[in-house]
Design a binder for this molecule. Structure first.
Ligand code: HEC
Ligand code: HEC
Ligand code: HEC
Ligand code: HEC
Length: 184
């Protein structure tokens, strides 16, 4: 259904600001780890493709997060691009902000879309076995974990707060992408 009312642009703008507010919360979490650098999800895969550890890399690859940049060059991009007055989705921060979130911080990994480090923080400091095995050390070296469900949900909403007029069912969405360590 198309909305042709004169307020259309305004509505989109308000939604955008709400998303932006959520995003700032999200960015604040990442700011604490500024001194670490991004190493890319291939590095995480060295250990996290291991099924005994939970196969996190396989799970992530099977989600749309790993293909979010590609979507910007698909025919389906035309409609949201028009709605947000964007001429070149693959180059415009207005789209990259969610679909290629490393576009400014680590352009080498932009093609990985919403990769591990977008959510868990840049990995140069923590992605060593000796550090990873100790949760406290990992956190000190930049690993971001979320804990309670409402914190996880806040992370999701930084990008999923209705960007294209589609509702977001947090519980169902989390079910399709969760990737826990095996129970000890
Ligand atoms: C050298 C192997 C290795 C690499 C590389 C590695 N990890 Fe890990 N990671 C592990 C192991 C092993 C554990 C489980 C530790 C445990 O059982 O306490 C783990 C645990 C984790 C956890 C859960 C921590 C907790 O205490 O709940 C997260 C999140 C994580 N890794 C993310 C990443 C990300 C993101 C990358 C890439 C930037 C990465 N890891 C790279 C081996 C690795
Ligand atoms: C605030 C975050 C955000 C922004 C900004 C954003 N998107 Fe999205 N986009 C999403 C999310 C989340 C989804 C998946 C769920 C949904 O459709 O709401 C999605 C889905 C899509 C899809 C559908 C992919 C598929 O295969 O079904 C396309 C195409 C798309 N976006 C293009 C764009 C374009 C083009 C722009 C810029 C004009 C843009 N998006 C800006 C978050 C965003
Ligand atoms: C969209 C955000 C997002 C992405 C992308 C993502 N994760 Fe996670 N990951 C989370 C959240 C949220 C949790 C839940 C645990 C927590 O942080 O509280 C989690 C949990 C984990 C855990 C298990 C922690 C435990 O104690 O059971 C591991 C290991 C992990 N992630 C590794 C990875 C790796 C490796 C990748 C990339 C291949 C990845 N994650 C991609 C958000 C993400
Ligand atoms: C940095 C932005 C960002 C964050 C944070 C994020 N997502 Fe996404 N997510 C996206 C984008 C962009 C897409 C659309 C990918 C595409 O199809 O192009 C998407 C797609 C999805 C999809 C597939 C939707 C569909 O229509 O098939 C699920 C499920 C999902 N996300 C769950 C989550 C959950 C759960 C969280 C929180 C733990 C989360 N996401 C956090 C950006 C994000």
């Amino acid at each position: 259904m198309s909305d042709l009312s004169p307020n259309r642009g305004k509505k989109v703008k308000t939604k955008w600001l709400v998303s932006l507010a959520a995003a700032l919360i999200f960015a604040a979490g990442l700011a604490a780890t500024q001194s670490s650098t991004y190493i890319g999800s291939k590095k995480c895969s060295l250990c996290h493709k291991n099924e005994n550890l939970g196969g996190q890399y396989r799970i992530w690859e099977s989600t749309k997060h790993s293909k979010s940049l590609v979507s910007l060059s698909s025919p389906a991009a035309a409609e949201p691009a028009e709605a947000m007055s964007v001429a070149y989705p693959t180059e415009d921060p207005k789209c990259l902000y969610c679909h290629g979130p490393l576009f400014d911080k680590a352009p080498d990994f932009i093609t990985e879309g919403v990769n591990c480090e977008v959510c868990h923080g840049p990995g140069s400091g923590y992605a060593k076995l000796s550090i990873m095995k100790n949760r406290e050390e990992a956190a000190k070296n930049g690993l971001i974990l979320y804990g309670p469900q409402d914190k996880i949900k806040a992370l999701c909403l930084a990008c999923h707060d209705n960007p294209h007029g589609k509702p977001f069912d947090f519980a169902a969405a989390w079910e399709t992408m969760k990737h826990p360590l095996p129970k000890k």
